[in-house]
Design a binder for this molecule. Structure first.
Ligand SMILES: N[C@@H](Cc1ccc(O)cc1)C(=O)O
Length: 433
């Protein structure tokens, strides 16, 4: 196996910043917040308890959630105490999307997804030391509450006029289908979580995406009314691509943090394909590289963009954070063997298979002619074009040049697969079935 440089940045705060608030601002993580002076004082002072919530809307979190997970981690690294909340109750209700009502999942499904999310959230926090993290589930305080108590103790603090003005609600009110009372109530549940965490743990800061601002202020308003305390909120920016495409998707599919739902290879390629115009912002938000290190990459993007050093570092850092260094090493070796130099035979079988799934590919019988495989993978348009390509010496199978038309595909690479290459860079995977 080739030996990629796997030096990655240790999760740490950048010591050149006096206060983690300044670092969050520099990383571009503060899009909207409660009073900035007060937040800076709070984050620069004695340890506080803060939280961020994750709803079980799927069996896995995705890259949008990774912004929140890493933000939680950064603030913890500065000495504060995080609460990672899994939405056992809010997942049963559904945070209103601007477009349409969500379908209700069964309690069993929601409970299963809560379990999976909990494991994912745990991976990004430290459970050791004075400021050890804690995972909480809002089902624990929401399920036992009666409808009467909910309406008397919580509902009484809410003005319907204010609730109607929240972006998500306003958007839906103007749509034909409107919004159900169920989803309309969501903001109250999230507000109640913050109040509960304030009461139980003294939690005084909630972070979330800027699209959560309505839900974040639902909590700060409730705490002010019920407890007379000014609690805080930070909304991180929505990540967008400079070319206007949606961030966090590749070919329409979300980049999930679960390796079964999105292979580490796929995630690695996703980050590698980041545009020069976006890569510095991504390094700030998704890695623990320091300001000085990121400034060096800014130079490299200017002077030698063709080397894509910043993209490679970004891909290495994020995949190592999410999937660990072993999986990342395997992915880098596969990318190099497929697209650069390196021994295809030395690759990890599972990684090679997932890499081939991302390429044009076909399944053929063992011993099928290379000619057929070329056509079926789409590397050539016809058998005659396949013959011509071979005659010109432009086809390789598993790294060796194909000399004549009788060659067959056997799937002799790790995992029982083969790799066809036409010309320098056009690749296809062959599965034997
Ligand atoms: N509403 C948040 C998740 C969440 C749930 C409950 C909370 O208390 C906080 C956050 C989201 O959809 O991302």
């Amino acid at each position: 196996m080739s030996n990629p440089d796997l030096t990655t940045a240790e999760p740490a705060i950048d010591p050149t910043f006096e206060n983690v608030w300044d670092e969050l601002v520099w990383r571009g993580l503060v899009h909207v917040s409660t009073d900035q002076e007060a937040l800076r004082a709070l984050l620069g002072g004695d340890p506080i308890t803060y939280y961020c919530g994750f709803d079980p809307t799927a069996p896995s979190l995705h890259l949008g959630n990774l912004v929140q997970l890493l933000t939680l981690r950064r603030i913890q690294l500065a000495g504060h105490k995080p609460l990672g909340l899994v939405g056992g109750s809010t997942g049963l209700i559904g945070d209103p999307r601007p477009t349409a009502e969500r379908t209700l999942n069964t309690p069993e499904t929601v409970a299963e997804w809560v379990g999976r999310l909990r494991t994912q959230v745990e991976r990004y926090l430290s459970f050791e030391g004075e400021n050890a993290a804690r995972i909480v589930n809002n089902l624990d305080w929401t399920a036992p509450m009666s409808a009467i108590d909910f309406l008397r103790e919580i509902g009484k603090h809410y003005r319907v006029g204010t609730m109607l003005k929240k972006d998500a609600v306003a958007a839906r009110l103007n749509s034909d289908a409107g919004i159900s009372y169920t989803e309309f109530s969501y903001q109250v549940l999230q507000g109640m979580d913050y109040l509960e965490l304030y009461r139980q743990y003294g939690c005084v800061l909630q972070t979330g995406g800027s699209d959560q601002w309505g839900n974040l202020t639902s909590g700060t308003d409730l705490i002010r009314r019920a407890e007379g305390v000014a609690a805080h909120a930070i909304g991180t920016p929505l990540i967008t691509n400079s070319d206007g495409t949606k961030f966090g998707k590749s070919e329409g599919n979300a980049i999930w943090l679960d390796a079964e739902m999105c292979s580490p290879y796929r995630m690695y390629q996703f980050w590698l394909s980041t545009a020069d115009a976006d890569v510095l912002e991504r390094l700030k938000i998704f890695t623990f590289l320091t300001r000085a290190e990121i400034e060096e990459y800014a130079q490299l993007v200017e002077t030698e963009p063709f080397r894509r050093a910043a993209q490679k570092r970004l891909a290495l850092e994020v995949v190592a954070t999410v999937h660990g260094t072993d999986a990342t090493a395997a992915v880098i070796a596969a990318s190099e063997a497929l697209f650069g130099q390196g021994d295809l035979n030395a690759l990890d079988a599972a990684t090679l298979r997932s890499a081939l799934e991302e390429l044009p590919n076909a399944t053929v019988a063992a011993g099928a002619p290379v000619l057929d495989a070329l056509v079926e993978t789409g590397l050539v348009a016809s058998l005659s074009e396949a013959r011509r390509a071979i005659a010109q010496g432009g086809v390789t199978l598993d790294g060796a040049r194909v000399e004549d038309d009788d060659a067959v595909v056997q799937g002799t690479l790790p995992g029982g697969v083969s790799v066809l290459r036409r010309g320098k860079k056009t690749l296809a995977g062959v599965f034997i079935g």
